[in-house]
Write a protein that binds this ligand. Sequence first.
Ligand SMILES: [Cu+2]
Length: 68
Amino acid sequence: MKVKEDITVNGMSCKHCVKAVTEAVKALDGVKKVKVNLEKKNALVEYDDEKTNIEAIKAAINDAGYSA
Ligand SMILES: [Cu+2]
């Protein structure tokens, strides 16, 4: 099933951070859409919950050096 989550992401300070978070999340199998917002400090992620989950997405963000 397609799921939409709004994930708070701390530690982003510029558009390069936004790109890094976006690519880290996009690299996960099952992720359909990623929209990272620097001002709002969040990532709107659309994914297939049969392929991935919120924990895996947060782990990818944390592995990229940010805090989800
Ligand atoms: Cu940055």
